[in-house]
Design a protein around this ligand. Structure first.
Ligand code: PLP
Length: 360
């Protein structure tokens, strides 16, 4: 481990930025003083891992990422506990998924141990940027871009792997309140065999238009149906989705077109630990609406790194609206939020050894 850290060259900034006010952080708009960067060339492999002052990157206008979207990303968080320790939530899962996304996009694999060591070294350098207030954290965005300047349609010969850090406030400044979700009927996000299971820009590019339209109608996010029949539930925006029906919690099975969320798998593990039945299954939107109408749909929520748990208070499908749990946060949703965020902040026990401490 120590040997690998030595491989990472560290160039410190001489001009530290002014830190934003904690109560005005927002999400992903402020960035720390440093970034990690590593290059790939077909003849050299991944090389020159280094921490440098946060700065713009200069790319040739023909760089493949701009034309063919050969790029992938990750998202995770670091937390500072009240006794000053720095914790990461299941980071090894993010780097494993980074490589699954890499593999799908034809990008060469990255040494996952080196990536984690690089992240820890970067966090140690920028540790003053980790907010301390409850609900606040340091959002971490690792990503890979194809940099070869060539317009031929094939996998790039050159890449950059970069990690940037952004102090973030509470995703919902007014507290966890249920959101209204629009079930998308016209557009689809991903199809089986496509890139829906990879964390890559193209899936988001495909989703923006529907997201805009839903916002105009007063909904905060879109619920995606499957790309073939537009019948089965997939996921919500940048979140996986769960429904509690008649005491059992259901979530769409990993079909190949949805993302394998780390929050999703943690929620499944927690529910099983509590003895609450959970099923990964195929859920049709028709059955869901039928359950809502006859009072069997007890709770619904989205899960993802940014918001952790996002209760759903209303669904709109084909101009029909259903309210869930009277539009207020359900018992399980609230308990999951409190437990997961409590584990992340180091204030309640971590029975699954999810948290990794960063030496600072
Ligand atoms: C990142 C992401 C999620 C959530 O994954 P987590 O690992 O829980 O943050 C869900 N869906 C999509 C499309 C995503 O990009």
């Amino acid at each position: 481990m120590a040997k690998q850290i030595k491989q990472i060259d560290i160039q410190l900034t001489t001009q530290k930025k002014e830190k934003p006010q904690q109560d005005k952080l927002g999400f992903g708009v402020h960035f720390s003083d440093h970034m990690f960067i590593m290059n790939y060339a077909a003849d050299k492999g991944w090389h020159e891992p280094r921490i440098v002052p946060y700065q713009p990157i200069v790319l040739d206008p023909a760089a493949k990422v701009f034309h063919y979207g050969q790029t992938i990303f990750e998202g995770l968080k670091a937390f500072k506990t009240s006794d000053g320790r720095v914790l990461l939530f299941r980071p090894e899962r993010n780097f494993a998924r980074l490589n699954r996304s890499n593999e799908r996009l034809g990008i060469p694999a990255i040494d996952e141990e080196l990536a984690l060591e690089a992240l820890k070294a970067l966090i140690a350098v920028d540790q003053d940027w980790i907010p301390t207030e409850a609900g606040y954290s340091l959002y971490i965005r690792p990503f890979v871009i194809a940099t070869q300047p060539a317009l031929g349609v094939d996998a790039s010969t050159h890449y950059q792997f970069i990690i940037i850090l952004s102090p973030v406030g509470n995703y919902y400044p007014e507290g966890v309140n249920p959101v209204k979700i629009y079930v998308e009927n016209q557009y689809v996000r991903a199809v089986r065999g496509g890139i829906g299971a990879a964390k890559t820009a193209g899936n988001y590019a495909a989703s923006l238009k529907a997201q805009e339209t839903a916002k105009e109608k007063g909904y905060s996010q879109v619920l995606w149906l499957d790309g073939v029949h537009q019948k089965y539930i997939e996921e919500v925006g940048s979140m996986n989705v769960f429904f509690k029906i008649n005491g059992t919690v259901y979530t769409p099975a990993l079909s190949g077109s949805i993302l394998d969320g780390i929050t999703r798998s943690s929620i499944i593990q927690l529910l099983r630990h509590w003895g609450i039945p959970v099923e990964e299954s195929v859920i049709s939107i028709e059955d869901l609406f039928a359950a809502a109408k006859n009072g069997e749909l007890e709770e619904a929520f989205g899960t993802g790194t940014a918001a952790v748990i996002s209760p759903i208070g209303e669904l709109n499908w084909q101009d029909e609206q259903v309210r869930i749990n009277g539009g207020v946060t359900g018992e399980i949703s609230g308990k999951l939020y409190d437990t997961l965020t409590g584990i992340q902040r180091g204030i309640i026990p971590d029975p699954f050894d999810w948290m990794i401490e960063v030496e600072i």
